[in-house]
Each structure stands twice: as structure tokens, then as C-alpha cells.
Design a protein around this ligand. Structure first.
Ligand SMILES: Nc1ncnc2c1ncn2[C@@H]1O[C@H](COP(=O)(O)OP(=O)(O)OP(=O)(O)O)[C@@H](O)[C@H]1O
Ligand SMILES: [Mg+2]
Length: 339
């Protein structure tokens, strides 16, 4: 590849950037706070995320990516421009060429929105690779081997599963059910079982602190603070790992069904490979204790946890940028350029 590319994983919860010189140089919440008059960024990443739902008049905090796709074009491009500038991969004299990871089978309109947001943020050129293919490469699967392998990425907004062989995607599924769905199910559980209303951030914090995807995994319990569903007064409740398990297990089961559906209609030899070796699990929600065991139980497949599961997509983009051969067949990068 003549041009030096920069890798971009624009996720629902996190944005990650890879450069040839620095490796993974950015891991930041996908969030920005904007001054509503000047349309300038006043806070970025973790700072902006903390401001969600708490901004003073005149400032708006956003998470511009929903379910893995651009939902607010202007904020996405402002946020990316700020990340590019902060990390010095864009300046008056420097415009990056970007390879971005995108969900499998996003619509053409969503694809164009993602590309345009990156170009608007100051990129010279942009191309896309299916995030799930990059995840497989980043997780260390031998994507070029004719032996079939399977990767599952459970992020914040999307779960994707793919069977890969000889550098191509044989079968893949992408659904809008992942970590944020676990948070919502916990919110509903606490409302129905404890008459406690909690917000998204509290639910996510509880899930990360005490959550489990299998029953019997004992972690500490935590006090959840919110509002009483009937009286509206401040209230609190002790939440245990088993509470989180009971809340999230229908969603985990649904993810298991998606994984099995990805294997339907796969040629028999490749299906046999996956049945022998199982699948590799990655993404931030792979960090939920017991999720590997729960998915192994529900699918009957062996589950291997990827190393640094949150970085598989971005590291995979880096590997692919470094080594052209990993492109494989059918992944021709169609690069759109400003010029
Ligand atoms: N220890 C943990 N236990 C459970 N869930 C976790 C843990 N750590 C992170 N998560 C969840 O992982 C998700 C973020 O994962 P990740 O960064 O892979 O998502 P993303 O790439 O931004 O989203 P997507 O790929 O869906 O667009 C969040 O929902 C977060 O709550
Ligand atoms: Mg992701």
C-alpha cells in the first residue's frame, strides 16, 4: 500500500485510532460536548461522557454513534476532527488516509455517512473494512487459512459473529444487542423487582462492578442509588451478581442463538472446523464474567477469550494496514478521496 493509512474503530462506546508509528494511540469514549451557539467542542471523550444529561444551558453533550453507526453527522465529524488534531495526525499540512472498521452489512447510506464524517473531519481519503474481519485478524485468528474459524464481537451497541475462511467472510450476522442491552435489561429488572429507577450510567457501573453472565459467580454486591418508582423519592438497593445474571441472561441467550444462526448454511467442512475449534470471543462485553461459559453452554461450542478483547478490531486494522496479504479476497478497499 503506497499510502500510509491510519486505522479507525468508531464504536458506539469507544473510538480507537491506530497509526503505523504509534500503534493504538487513542482509546476514548465516543462522546463530545458542544457549545450550542458557536458549535465548538467544549469537552471531548471521557470529560464529555461525564457531562451527559448534566450539561448547563448552552452546552449539549452527545454520544454521536448509535448501534455502531453515525447517528449525528455533525457531532461525529467535530469529535473526530478533535481526536485527529489532539493526536497530531491531522494538521494544516497533514491529512490522514483512514481505514475504518464498520458493522457488517450496514446500508449504503450509513456507509456514506461514516465516510463523509471522516472526510469532513479532515481525512484525505477513507476506506472501509468489516469490523468483524478486523476483529478476527486482531484476535490472532488465521484469517487466510482455508480452515474455517469463527469470531464473535460483543461491543456496546452491536454483536457481530462471522465465520471466516481463506481471507473471506463465509457467513456473518450483525445485531443491535450488546452491552447497552445488558444495561437496559438491568434497569428494567431493578424497576420490576426492587421498584428502583436508575439511569444508564448507574446500570453500566453496576454491571461492570458486580455483573455476571452465569449464576453462582460470586462477586461483591453493590448499593444502587436511584429514585423509588412509586414515590419518586431517593432510594437505594443492594444488587448482587445473581441479580445481574437474572437480568441479562435472556439477552445472552439471544446472542447465543445469533451465533448458532451464523453457522446455518455454512459449507459442511467449514462448519466441522468451527465445531472442532469453537469460536473466539472479543469486544468490551466479553469482559462480563462468565459470558464465555454462558455462551459455551448455550451454543455447545468451545469458547476462547481473545487477549485484550476490547482492542481486537483496532489491532486487526493495524495488522491489515501493515500486511496487504491479510486483505484476502472480496475485501477490496474502495477508497473515497477529497481530491
Ligand atoms: N468488565 C466489564 N464487564 C461487563 N461489561 C463491560 C466491562 N467492560 C466494558 N464493558 C462493556 O463493554 C461495552 C464497550 O465495549 P466496546 O468498547 O467493545 O464497544 P464499542 O466498540 O464502542 O461498541 P460497538 O462495537 O457495539 O459499536 C460497554 O457496553 C461496556 O459496558
Ligand atoms: Mg466495537
Amino acid at each position: 500500500m503506497a499510502r500510509q493509512f491510519v486505522g479507525l474503530d468508531l464504536g458506539t462506546a469507544h473510538t480507537r485510532i491506530w497509526t503505523p508509528e504509534g500503534g493504538v494511540i487513542l482509546r476514548s469514549p465516543s462522546a463530545a460536548a458542544i457549545d450550542s451557539e458557536s458549535h465548538r467542542i467544549v469537552a471531548l471523550g471521557a470529560d464529555a461522557r461525564r457531562m451527559l444529561g448534566k450539561t448547563p444551558a448552552g452546552i449539549l453533550a452527545f454520544r454521536p454513534i448509535k448501534d455502531g453507526v453515525v447517528s449525528d453527522f455533525e457531532v461525529t465529524s467535530l469529535m473526530l476532527e478533535a481526536f485527529f488534531t489532539e493526536k497530531q495526525i491531522r494538521s494544516t499540512f497533514r491529512r490522514p488516509s483512514v481505514v475504518m472498521a464498520t458493522p457488517y452489512r450496514i446500508t449504503e447510506v450509513e456507509q456514506l455517512a461514516a465516510e463523509n464524517a471522516v472526510l469532513e473531519a479532515g481525512a484525505r481519503a477513507v476506506g472501509q473494512i468489516p469490523a468483524i474481519y478486523a476483529a478476527a485478524a486482531g484476535a490472532g485468528l488465521r484469517v487466510l487459512s482455508p480452515r474455517g474459524c469463527m469470531i464473535v464481537n460483543i461491543g456496546a451497541g452491536t454483536t457481530e459473529a462471522a465465520v471466516i475462511s481463506a481471507g473471506g467472510i463465509i457467513s456473518a450476522k450483525s445485531v443491535k444487542m450488546a452491552g447497552e442491552r445488558f444495561d437496559t435489561t438491568l434497569i428494567n429488572y431493578l424497576r420490576s423487582n426492587g421498584e428502583l429507577l436508575v439511569g444508564d450510567a448507574t446500570a453500566e457501573e453496576l454491571k461492570i462492578r458486580v455483573g455476571a453472565a452465569l449464576s453462582g459467580i460470586r462477586r461483591e454486591s453493590a448499593r444502587a442509588y436511584g429514585r423509588h418508582a412509586r414515590t419518586g423519592m431517593g432510594a437505594s438497593l443492594t444488587v448482587t451478581s445473581d441479580d445481574v445474571f437474572r437480568a441479562v441472561h435472556p439477552a445472552v441467550d439471544a446472542i447465543a442463538r445469533i451465533i448458532l444462526a451464523t453457522l446455518e448454511n455454512v459449507p459442511p467442512e467449514i462448519s466441522a472446523d468451527v465445531h472442532s475449534y469453537g469460536f473466539m470471543l472479543c469486544g468490551g462485553s466479553a469482559c462480563l464474567p462468565g459470558i464465555d461459559g454462558a455462551l459455551a453452554q448455550a451454543t455447545g461450542l468451545r469458547v476462547t477469550m481473545a487477549r485484550e478483547p476490547m482492542d481486537c478490531v483496532i489491532r486487526g486494522l493495524g495488522k491489515i494496514i501493515r500486511d496487504n496479504r491479510l486483505w484476502g479476497e472480496g475485501l477490496n478497499l474502495r477508497t473515497r478521496s477529497l481530491f
